[in-house]
Design a protein around this ligand. Structure first.
Ligand SMILES: *Cc1c(COP(=O)(O)O)cnc(C)c1O
Length: 371
């Protein structure tokens, strides 16, 4: 490996630019250490932990300005589990999926494997774009992905039809992209991306029609494993609990991050701040002689996960290796995409000054690698 050392002024104060797990703010970790003796290792059925779940539920209600009747529901297993829960508990007959990367395709596959559902309708586009989502007959759930983390493509959250539910995978978008919550019935995510916490949990903002559908499927007598039964998750969430034991540190760190965002100006602030950081990266790539934004349509570029192609004069692997040796972590592209690419997450916790150092650091490294 080439021996390249970043000068101190080009070293981000915090080198975590991963797309998930992502940077956890040290202040939140310090707070966790302070409260740990009375919180970690205590019962999740007692007020100390239930208060933390309530902080998440009330904080998200405020952050997303949820319309009346929407509920914040959570459980264990992350967004990946939520796909299976949706297959069992949210889709009545058939879903339609916008597929434009690894995560959106995984949800469609989970649904395709459910023997009690019709095969899903798939609307697919090439990586680097998102497909047009048109109304489809006999579909009761549309599956969108607000920010496709594998490709750095963002799509608008807009109802394709009014006679079906809209489920939105917002795992990397949530907290970093403003949207109208009334356009979605299940806006779901994990906390280790925009919410600067650890993995293991899923959170969903459910609309009244979504809650009704969950109850109707349950009453229909479909056999649903308890972990995938959203009616059980809804019931537990209403009393600020999860069905089984959560990671309490995950819950606490997420609650801290939500309140930090609210204290800074809420979703309007965090989405603006992410857009500004992402703009810096896209502008830098556009003016660079070796880098270009992977997503050609500027309006489809994710403001939280930036994918940047490099030309043949420099190997992305070498860049990421040198960056890693200098403490700048997880800038690798999504491997299955197979491109000569860098990927930088600029979630709300990432300091704007560090993003500026990051692009300068990449220039410094590339200049030396090409010398
Ligand atoms: C990370 C990610 C997931 C998977 O989240 P897990 O918590 O690992 O289950 C799903 N969808 C998107 C868009 C993601 O970015």
């Amino acid at each position: 490996m080439p021996d390249i050392t970043l000068p101190p002024e080009l070293r981000p104060a915090d080198g975590r630019f991963g797309s998930g797990p992502s940077k956890v703010r040290q202040q939140a970790v310090d707070r966790l250490a302070e409260v740990a003796p009375h919180l970690l290792g205590t019962s999740h059925r007692k007020p100390a932990v239930k208060d933390q779940v309530r902080r998440i539920r009330e904080g998200l209600r405020e952050l997303f300005a949820l319309p009346a009747g929407y509920e914040v529901v959570l459980g264990n297993g992350g967004a990946t589990l939520f796909w299976d829960a949706a297959a069992f508990s949210l889709i009545e007959h058939r879903s339609a999926h916008a597929v434009f990367g690894e995560f959106s395709s995984k949800f469609a596959k989970a649904v395709a494997a459910a023997p009690f559902l019709q095969p899903p309708h798939v609307m697919e586009s090439e990586p680097g774009s998102y497909p047009a989502v048109k109304p489809v007959d006999d579909v009761d759930v549309y599956a969108l992905t607000h920010s496709e983390t594998s490709t750095g493509v963002a799509m608008p959250v807009v109802r394709p039809a009014f006679d079906a539910l809209v489920a939105v995978d917002a795992t990397s978008a949530a907290g970093g992209m403003a949207f109208d919550p009334s356009e979605a019935d299940a806006y779901y995510f994990s906390p280790q991306k925009g919410f600067a916490s650890e993995g293991g949990l899923w959170v969903a903002l459910l609309s009244p029609p979504a809650i009704e559908v969950v109850a109707r499927i349950k009453q229909s007598g479909r056999s649903i494993p308890a972990m995938l039964d959203l009616s059980i998750a809804i019931e537990n969430s209403r009393s600020d609990q999860t069905y089984n034991t959560p990671a309490i540190a995950t819950v606490f760190l997420m609650a801290e991050q939500i309140e930090w965002m609210l204290g800074n100006g809420g979703l309007a602030w965090s989405s603006q701040q992410c857009a500004t950081k992402a703009d810096h990266i896209y502008q830098w790539a556009q003016t660079s002689d070796y880098a270009t934004p992977f997503v050609t349509d500027p309006s489809a570029r994710s403001p939280v996960v930036c994918t940047i192609d490099l030309d043949d004069s420099v190997a992305a692997d070498e860049v990421t290796t040198v960056l890693r040796a200098n403490g700048v972590l997880d800038t690798e592209a999504y491997r299955k995409l197979g491109r000569n690419q860098l990927r930088f997450a600029v979630f709300p916790a990432v300091d704007p000054a560090d993003v500026e150092r990051l692009t300068a650091a990449v220039d410094f490294v590339v200049e030396r690698l090409r010398a």
